[in-house]
Design a protein around this ligand. Structure first.
Ligand SMILES: CC(C)(COP(=O)(O)OP(=O)(O)OC[C@H]1O[C@@H](n2cnc3c(N)ncnc32)[C@H](O)[C@@H]1OP(=O)(O)O)[C@@H](O)C(=O)NCCC(=O)NCCS
Length: 205
């Protein structure tokens, strides 16, 4: 973390400006090239890596935020802060970014791992990328329960969370939204979110 923060200080505003699309993403040649490459992907062989605190990974998150409604689109600089402060995992197929996940453990050892965002490009949804991202995130915190929030109409996210629970032999249950801070869950209050906890089976090293 400390190392990343010092690396980040090496970037100045010009680094982000070079990658921020001046005309918006929908008219940005680099974005359009990426979207075409994603469309052509036929493989499901996903690899997961930790995002690096470099402007290009911030831009990759932005590409994905743009195509993954209802995820909010952030500036590259904001995405870099997220990479520094949280665990951001990037999913790639054929070396093309196709998804990402943001999570962060609570401050206390007894706090859950908060999964704040999982997003997969629509063209490669339904191929196991979302589950692979969540599995990789929760493997890094094997002792913690997992807390997430979903909106009622997000059937894909709700089913994905249920599938994650099943895949680790755990149960998922609804909890009061007020148990957690909105910032920990990565949500704004008043938008119809419900909170869930996946209770981990006892840890076996
Ligand atoms: C939610 C999301 C990340 C799922 O990613 P994905 O790569 O398509 O998910 P997977 O292929 O790994 O699916 C794993 C399981 O999730 C469930 N699931 C995924 N998409 C689903 C859909 N559209 N409808 C119903 N269930 C779905 C299924 O149980 C699936 O298992 P199965 O394929 O064996 O049936 C993706 O739809 C997305 O990016 N949505 C937009 C952003 C978003 O809403 N994120 C969640 C809130 S932060």
């Amino acid at each position: 973390m400390t190392c990343w923060k010092s690396q980040m200080q090496l970037h100045n505003a010009n680094d982000y400006d070079g990658l921020e699309p001046p005309l918006g993403l929908s008219r940005d040649p680099e974005f359009l090239r990426w979207a075409t490459r994603v469309q052509a992907i036929s493989s499901s062989a996903v690899s997961i890596r930790e995002a690096s605190p470099v402007p290009l990974d911030g831009r990759r998150m932005k590409d994905l935020q743009f195509v993954c409604s209802p995820i909010s689109v952030r500036s590259i600089e904001e995405n870099l802060s997220t990479i520094v402060e949280c665990l951001v995992l990037m999913a790639e197929i054929d070396n093309v970014h196709v998804g990402f996940c943001v999570s962060s453990p609570g401050v206390q050892d007894s706090d859950p791992l908060f999964v704040q965002v999982v997003a997969v490009a629509p063209d490669v949804q339904g191929r196991g990328v979302g589950l692979a991202l969540l599995a990789a995130a929760v493997q890094r915190e094997p002792r913690r329960d997992i807390a997430l929030a979903t909106q009622d109409d997000n059937v894909a996210a709700r089913s994905l969370n249920e599938k994650l629970a099943k895949s680790i032999g755990a149960k998922i249950r609804k909890v009061s939204l007020s148990n957690y801070r909105g910032s920990d869950l990565g949500i704004q209050r008043g938008l119809g979110y419900r909170a869930w906890v996946i209770q981990r089976p006892p840890f076996e090293p």
